[in-house]
Design a protein around this ligand. Structure first.
Ligand code: C5P
Length: 237
């Protein structure tokens, strides 16, 4: 069975990221590089980890005009990442053109085809956050709407909070549509910015394909041990 654990490398330096990769490479299924580490260390670190054997999820949440996001997606494919994401709120044309451009580049350049997924509603957002940007919907309804748009635009899946997994599964037709879930803690305990959290076992049972875990592993005295415990919990079903 594929390892569903993605460790978020939410650290400041390439040096720390390399240490964590060395410690966790046998335990984690993949590593997520987000805007903090990417802005500090750039694409060279992504190439280095990919060349070292890491599966990398590039979490840069592209959101721009369709032409720009499509081109950024091609750049991500050239880095060799196994997955990257965009914001579904960028719209159907942005997503369709990105999926097409990545497919064409992968074929013409002989690249591995990365999964392209979309962020629906940030897990930190509440109904009030949506309202202040002019979206008059509850987060779950907006997540479902954007998940349907993502699927219709030909992407491979979405990022969704644990509490939205079931609603997304029910709303999309393709069973292979990926759901990537942050907001997971072994104890079910929440950090300040996690409004909705669940345990690893509950997230997998609800239908998550990948779980993204950061602080519960990075902040543990023994990160590899913490990661192994989370993997064991994911298999408890
Ligand atoms: O909370 P944790 O440290 O496990 O977060 C890991 C990743 O999950 C972060 O890099 C972030 O992208 C994502 N996350 C999220 N929503 C939150 C908290 C974290 O999407 N509320």
């Amino acid at each position: 069975m594929e390892n569903k654990l993605i460790v978020a490398l939410d650290v400041e330096t390439a040096g720390r990221a390399r240490e964590l990769f060395a410690e966790l490479r046998e335990v984690a299924g993949a590593f997520k590089i987000g805007s903090q580490l990417f802005t500090a260390e750039g694409p060279q670190l992504v190439r280095e980890l990919v060349e070292g054997g890491a599966r990398v999820f590039l979490d840069l949440k592209f959101h721009d005009i369709p032409n720009t996001v499509a081109a950024a997606g091609v750049s991500a494919a050239r880095l060799g990442v196994f997955m990257f994401n965009v914001h579904a709120a960028g719209g159907g044309e942005m997503m369709r053109r990105t999926a097409e451009a990545v497919r064409e580049a992968a074929e013409s350049e002989g690249l591995a085809h990365p999964k392209v997924i979309a962020v629906t509603v940030l897990t930190s957002a509440s109904a009030a956050t949506l309202a202040e940007t002019g979206v008059a919907a509850e987060p779950e309804a907006q997540v479902v709407r954007l998940a349907r748009l993502t699927q219709a635009s030909g992407l491979d899946g979405v990022v969704a909070s644990p509490l939205e997994i079931k609603a997304v599964r029910a709303a999309v037709e393709r069973t292979e549509f990926l759901i990537v879930t942050p907001g997971v803690n072994p104890s079910g305990a929440a950090y300040d910015d996690q409004r909705r959290v669940t345990t690893p076992a509950a997230a997998v049972q609800a239908g998550a394909d990948y779980l993204v875990v950061g602080r519960a592993i990075l902040g543990a005295p023994d990160p590899a041990k913490a990661a192994r415990e989370i993997l064991a919990e994911m298999q408890e079903q």
